[in-house]
Design a protein. Structure first.
Length: 257
Protein backbone atom coordinates (compact mmCIF):
# COMPACT_ATOMS: atom_id res chain seq x y z
CA UNK A 1 0.00 0.00 0.00
CA UNK A 2 1.48 3.41 -0.92
CA UNK A 3 2.01 5.85 1.95
CA UNK A 4 -0.65 8.53 2.53
CA UNK A 5 -0.06 12.00 1.07
CA UNK A 6 2.29 14.19 3.15
CA UNK A 7 -0.59 16.58 3.80
CA UNK A 8 -4.18 17.16 2.78
CA UNK A 9 -3.87 20.66 1.30
CA UNK A 10 -4.54 19.58 -2.28
CA UNK A 11 -7.35 17.22 -1.32
CA UNK A 12 -9.17 19.84 0.73
CA UNK A 13 -8.55 22.52 -1.89
CA UNK A 14 -10.14 20.38 -4.59
CA UNK A 15 -12.94 19.35 -2.25
CA UNK A 16 -13.78 23.04 -1.86
CA UNK A 17 -13.72 23.56 -5.65
CA UNK A 18 -10.65 25.82 -5.61
CA UNK A 19 -7.95 25.84 -8.26
CA UNK A 20 -4.35 25.91 -7.17
CA UNK A 21 -3.99 29.46 -8.49
CA UNK A 22 -7.12 30.67 -6.67
CA UNK A 23 -5.93 29.31 -3.33
CA UNK A 24 -2.41 30.64 -3.86
CA UNK A 25 -3.75 34.14 -4.50
CA UNK A 26 -6.07 33.91 -1.50
CA UNK A 27 -3.19 33.17 0.88
CA UNK A 28 -0.59 35.40 -0.78
CA UNK A 29 1.62 32.72 -2.32
CA UNK A 30 2.78 31.93 -5.82
CA UNK A 31 1.23 28.92 -7.49
CA UNK A 32 4.67 27.25 -7.51
CA UNK A 33 5.08 27.75 -3.75
CA UNK A 34 1.65 26.30 -3.04
CA UNK A 35 2.42 23.37 -5.36
CA UNK A 36 5.59 22.63 -3.38
CA UNK A 37 3.60 22.63 -0.13
CA UNK A 38 0.97 20.32 -1.59
CA UNK A 39 3.64 17.92 -2.83
CA UNK A 40 5.39 17.89 0.54
CA UNK A 41 8.56 19.44 -0.86
CA UNK A 42 8.19 22.52 1.33
CA UNK A 43 6.89 23.10 4.86
CA UNK A 44 4.85 26.28 5.36
CA UNK A 45 5.43 28.70 8.19
CA UNK A 46 2.86 28.86 10.97
CA UNK A 47 1.34 32.04 9.50
CA UNK A 48 1.07 30.55 6.00
CA UNK A 49 -0.45 27.33 7.39
CA UNK A 50 -3.05 29.38 9.27
CA UNK A 51 -3.93 31.35 6.12
CA UNK A 52 -4.31 28.16 4.06
CA UNK A 53 -6.53 26.60 6.74
CA UNK A 54 -8.71 29.72 6.86
CA UNK A 55 -9.04 29.78 3.05
CA UNK A 56 -10.30 26.17 2.87
CA UNK A 57 -12.36 26.44 6.06
CA UNK A 58 -10.67 23.95 8.35
CA UNK A 59 -8.13 23.64 11.17
CA UNK A 60 -4.39 23.51 10.62
CA UNK A 61 -4.47 20.05 12.19
CA UNK A 62 -6.87 18.92 9.48
CA UNK A 63 -4.31 19.92 6.84
CA UNK A 64 -1.01 18.85 8.32
CA UNK A 65 -1.77 16.58 11.26
CA UNK A 66 -3.00 13.03 11.57
CA UNK A 67 -5.35 13.82 14.46
CA UNK A 68 -8.97 12.97 13.77
CA UNK A 69 -8.34 11.51 10.30
CA UNK A 70 -10.83 8.76 9.47
CA UNK A 71 -10.11 6.04 6.92
CA UNK A 72 -12.47 3.49 5.50
CA UNK A 73 -12.32 0.53 3.13
CA UNK A 74 -14.97 0.93 0.45
CA UNK A 75 -16.39 -0.79 -2.61
CA UNK A 76 -15.49 1.06 -5.82
CA UNK A 77 -18.50 2.08 -7.89
CA UNK A 78 -18.21 2.57 -11.66
CA UNK A 79 -14.84 0.80 -11.70
CA UNK A 80 -11.58 1.75 -10.01
CA UNK A 81 -11.16 5.24 -8.60
CA UNK A 82 -7.43 5.28 -9.29
CA UNK A 83 -4.65 6.30 -6.91
CA UNK A 84 -5.28 9.55 -5.04
CA UNK A 85 -8.63 9.85 -6.83
CA UNK A 86 -11.33 12.18 -5.52
CA UNK A 87 -14.41 10.25 -4.39
CA UNK A 88 -17.79 10.79 -2.83
CA UNK A 89 -18.77 8.34 -0.11
CA UNK A 90 -22.10 6.72 0.63
CA UNK A 91 -23.22 3.96 2.98
CA UNK A 92 -25.47 1.59 1.05
CA UNK A 93 -26.60 -1.93 2.02
CA UNK A 94 -24.37 -2.01 5.03
CA UNK A 95 -21.07 -1.11 3.35
CA UNK A 96 -19.19 1.98 2.19
CA UNK A 97 -19.26 2.81 -1.50
CA UNK A 98 -16.65 5.07 -3.12
CA UNK A 99 -17.96 6.98 -6.13
CA UNK A 100 -15.16 8.40 -8.34
CA UNK A 101 -15.58 12.09 -9.17
CA UNK A 102 -13.00 12.32 -11.96
CA UNK A 103 -15.63 12.90 -14.62
CA UNK A 104 -17.44 15.47 -12.49
CA UNK A 105 -14.58 17.99 -12.52
CA UNK A 106 -14.94 20.19 -9.45
CA UNK A 107 -18.74 20.32 -9.69
CA UNK A 108 -19.02 18.07 -6.65
CA UNK A 109 -16.94 18.43 -3.51
CA UNK A 110 -15.18 15.22 -2.52
CA UNK A 111 -15.84 13.33 0.71
CA UNK A 112 -12.37 11.80 0.59
CA UNK A 113 -9.50 10.63 -1.57
CA UNK A 114 -8.02 7.22 -2.30
CA UNK A 115 -4.78 6.51 -0.44
CA UNK A 116 -4.35 2.79 -1.14
CA UNK A 117 -6.11 -0.54 -1.21
CA UNK A 118 -7.06 -2.18 -4.50
CA UNK A 119 -8.93 -0.95 -7.57
CA UNK A 120 -12.06 -2.83 -6.48
CA UNK A 121 -11.61 -2.15 -2.75
CA UNK A 122 -9.92 1.26 -2.30
CA UNK A 123 -8.82 2.68 1.01
CA UNK A 124 -10.32 6.16 1.40
CA UNK A 125 -9.14 8.93 3.72
CA UNK A 126 -12.15 11.00 4.66
CA UNK A 127 -12.21 14.79 4.34
CA UNK A 128 -15.33 15.12 6.46
CA UNK A 129 -16.68 13.12 9.42
CA UNK A 130 -17.85 9.71 8.30
CA UNK A 131 -20.99 10.25 10.37
CA UNK A 132 -21.94 12.98 7.86
CA UNK A 133 -21.04 10.97 4.75
CA UNK A 134 -23.08 8.06 6.12
CA UNK A 135 -26.23 10.11 5.46
CA UNK A 136 -25.34 10.96 1.84
CA UNK A 137 -28.06 10.07 -0.67
CA UNK A 138 -26.83 9.10 -4.14
CA UNK A 139 -29.15 10.03 -7.00
CA UNK A 140 -28.16 8.88 -10.48
CA UNK A 141 -29.77 9.26 -13.89
CA UNK A 142 -29.60 11.37 -17.03
CA UNK A 143 -32.49 13.80 -16.44
CA UNK A 144 -31.14 17.27 -15.49
CA UNK A 145 -34.21 17.65 -13.27
CA UNK A 146 -32.51 15.24 -10.85
CA UNK A 147 -29.63 17.66 -10.46
CA UNK A 148 -32.04 20.52 -9.82
CA UNK A 149 -33.90 18.40 -7.28
CA UNK A 150 -30.68 17.51 -5.45
CA UNK A 151 -29.59 21.15 -5.46
CA UNK A 152 -32.88 22.38 -3.99
CA UNK A 153 -32.89 19.69 -1.31
CA UNK A 154 -29.33 20.58 -0.34
CA UNK A 155 -30.28 24.27 -0.20
CA UNK A 156 -32.96 23.47 2.35
CA UNK A 157 -30.54 21.64 4.64
CA UNK A 158 -30.13 23.08 8.13
CA UNK A 159 -26.76 23.58 9.87
CA UNK A 160 -27.44 20.44 11.91
CA UNK A 161 -28.26 18.33 8.85
CA UNK A 162 -25.86 15.51 8.06
CA UNK A 163 -25.11 14.26 4.58
CA UNK A 164 -26.14 15.68 1.23
CA UNK A 165 -27.87 14.70 -2.01
CA UNK A 166 -25.38 13.77 -4.75
CA UNK A 167 -26.52 13.68 -8.37
CA UNK A 168 -24.28 11.65 -10.68
CA UNK A 169 -25.21 11.93 -14.35
CA UNK A 170 -25.64 8.45 -15.87
CA UNK A 171 -27.73 6.93 -18.65
CA UNK A 172 -30.98 5.27 -17.62
CA UNK A 173 -29.50 1.79 -18.08
CA UNK A 174 -26.35 2.67 -16.11
CA UNK A 175 -28.42 4.27 -13.35
CA UNK A 176 -30.58 1.18 -13.03
CA UNK A 177 -27.46 -1.00 -12.96
CA UNK A 178 -25.97 1.12 -10.16
CA UNK A 179 -29.19 0.74 -8.17
CA UNK A 180 -29.11 -3.02 -8.74
CA UNK A 181 -25.48 -3.30 -7.52
CA UNK A 182 -26.12 -1.20 -4.45
CA UNK A 183 -24.14 1.81 -5.69
CA UNK A 184 -27.01 4.31 -5.58
CA UNK A 185 -30.11 5.01 -3.52
CA UNK A 186 -32.23 6.42 -6.37
CA UNK A 187 -32.15 5.88 -10.13
CA UNK A 188 -33.85 8.15 -12.62
CA UNK A 189 -34.94 6.11 -15.64
CA UNK A 190 -37.06 6.50 -18.75
CA UNK A 191 -36.93 3.12 -20.48
CA UNK A 192 -39.64 1.63 -22.69
CA UNK A 193 -40.03 -2.10 -23.22
CA UNK A 194 -39.97 -2.67 -27.03
CA UNK A 195 -42.37 -5.62 -26.84
CA UNK A 196 -45.06 -4.27 -24.53
CA UNK A 197 -44.50 -0.52 -24.71
CA UNK A 198 -44.50 -0.50 -20.92
CA UNK A 199 -42.41 2.29 -19.37
CA UNK A 200 -39.75 1.40 -16.78
CA UNK A 201 -41.65 -1.33 -14.94
CA UNK A 202 -40.43 -4.21 -17.12
CA UNK A 203 -36.78 -3.17 -16.74
CA UNK A 204 -37.12 -2.84 -12.98
CA UNK A 205 -38.62 -6.32 -12.73
CA UNK A 206 -35.55 -7.75 -14.47
CA UNK A 207 -33.17 -6.51 -11.76
CA UNK A 208 -31.31 -9.18 -9.81
CA UNK A 209 -31.63 -7.36 -6.48
CA UNK A 210 -33.96 -8.99 -3.99
CA UNK A 211 -34.66 -5.68 -2.27
CA UNK A 212 -38.09 -4.14 -2.56
CA UNK A 213 -38.15 -1.09 -4.83
CA UNK A 214 -40.67 1.70 -5.22
CA UNK A 215 -41.39 3.37 -8.58
CA UNK A 216 -42.21 7.07 -8.32
CA UNK A 217 -43.29 9.27 -11.24
CA UNK A 218 -41.16 12.41 -11.07
CA UNK A 219 -42.28 14.06 -14.29
CA UNK A 220 -43.87 13.45 -17.66
CA UNK A 221 -42.98 15.03 -20.97
CA UNK A 222 -44.43 15.14 -24.45
CA UNK A 223 -42.35 14.48 -27.53
CA UNK A 224 -43.04 16.79 -30.43
CA UNK A 225 -41.78 19.61 -32.62
CA UNK A 226 -41.30 23.22 -31.60
CA UNK A 227 -41.45 25.56 -34.58
CA UNK A 228 -41.42 29.29 -35.17
CA UNK A 229 -44.84 30.89 -35.72
CA UNK A 230 -43.78 31.68 -39.30
CA UNK A 231 -43.23 27.97 -39.99
CA UNK A 232 -46.36 26.67 -38.26
CA UNK A 233 -48.19 26.13 -41.56
CA UNK A 234 -45.17 24.62 -43.35
CA UNK A 235 -44.25 22.08 -40.65
CA UNK A 236 -47.10 19.84 -39.60
CA UNK A 237 -45.20 16.63 -38.93
CA UNK A 238 -41.88 14.82 -39.14
CA UNK A 239 -42.30 14.27 -42.88
CA UNK A 240 -42.14 18.04 -43.43
CA UNK A 241 -38.63 18.31 -41.97
CA UNK A 242 -37.12 17.27 -45.28
CA UNK A 243 -38.13 20.50 -46.97
CA UNK A 244 -35.39 22.74 -48.27
CA UNK A 245 -34.56 25.84 -46.27
CA UNK A 246 -35.49 24.43 -42.85
CA UNK A 247 -32.95 24.32 -40.03
CA UNK A 248 -33.53 21.46 -37.58
CA UNK A 249 -32.10 21.37 -34.07
CA UNK A 250 -32.39 18.07 -32.24
CA UNK A 251 -31.18 16.31 -29.13
CA UNK A 252 -27.97 14.33 -29.54
CA UNK A 253 -28.74 10.67 -30.20
CA UNK A 254 -28.12 8.51 -27.18
CA UNK A 255 -28.06 11.40 -24.69
CA UNK A 256 -30.89 9.90 -22.70
CA UNK A 257 -30.42 6.24 -23.50
Amino acid sequence: MPPPPPNRVRALREARGLTQLALAEAVGLTRQSLGAIEAGRSSPSVHVALRIAAAVGCRVEDLFGDEGVERVSAVAADGPAGPSGRVALAHIRGRWVALPLGGQGLRLAADGFVTGGTAARPQVESLRPLAEACDNVVVTGCAPALGLLADRLNARATPSSAGRFLWLSRSSAAALGALDRGEAHLAGVHLVDPDTGEANTADVRRLRSAEALVLVTLARWEVGLVVRPADAERVRGVADLGRRGLRVVGREEGAGA
